[in-house]
Design a protein around this ligand. Structure first.
Ligand code: ZN
Length: 198
């Protein structure tokens, strides 16, 4: 491609984004070229703002710009029920149902020998600490219905059972290999209501 150098650089950066191929990167780059400088500045600033101000909640490890996230600080939520998810996107999917009133625990990924991710690299120790400290009554496992998701759910179940906690797993009406993030609201509500004992 015979792009001017700065344009080539922008296209190159955009191509690194998930779901953006060379064609889309080019389309976005030309769009950015056309928009007013102010708009471009706002976009650049919002990217940097997110990088500088968003961290993780010290309780549940959700993304937040506070030391403790809004969900964990909400007194109306049931602290005795924890929904365990792999990442913050899954937490958002569960929140969209407006059905779950407990708190969350974000593991930060799933166990995946293929990718060299063992349980010690996830927030398992922190989960145990919470279960003990807050005398949690139920742990609801909401990992994706994939091999890694199931392995991770089983691992967590074994880990927390000795603390006399009810352990349940959401029932999926999704095809195997599906993604929580893409589940519609009704499907997720059903999955939550139909959760079963592990
Ligand atoms: Zn939190």
């Amino acid at each position: 491609m015979h792009y001017a150098k700065p344009l080539a650089r922008l296209v190159g950066e955009l191509e690194k984004l998930p779901g953006i191929g060379p064609k889309s990167a080019q389309r976005l780059a030309f769009h950015l070229l056309r928009i007013p400088a102010d708009e471009a500045r706002q976009l650049a600033a919002s990217i940097m703002d997110v990088k500088e101000r968003i961290g993780v909640c010290s309780v549940c490890f959700n993304f937040t710009d506070q030391p403790v996230c809004d969900i964990c600080r909400n007194d109306r939520r049931d602290r005795k029920v924890l929904c365990v998810v792999a990442d913050p996107r899954d937490l958002l999917a569960m929140e969209r149902t407006n059905e779950f009133t407990g708190l969350y625990h974000v593991l930060g990924g799933v166990i995946s020998p293929m990718e060299g991710i063992g349980p010690e690299m996830l927030r398992m120790r922190e989960l145990i600490e919470r279960v003990q400290r807050d005398e949690v009554k139920e742990v609801i496992l909401a990992t994706n219905p994939t091999v890694e998701g199931d392995v991770t759910a089983m691992y967590v179940a074994r880990l927390v059972k000795p603390f006399s906690v009810r352990v349940t797993k959401i029932a999926f009406g999704l095809p195997v290999g599906g993604d929580l993030d893409y589940a519609d609201q009704a499907t997720l509500i059903q999955a939550l209501e139909g959760r079963r004992e592990l």
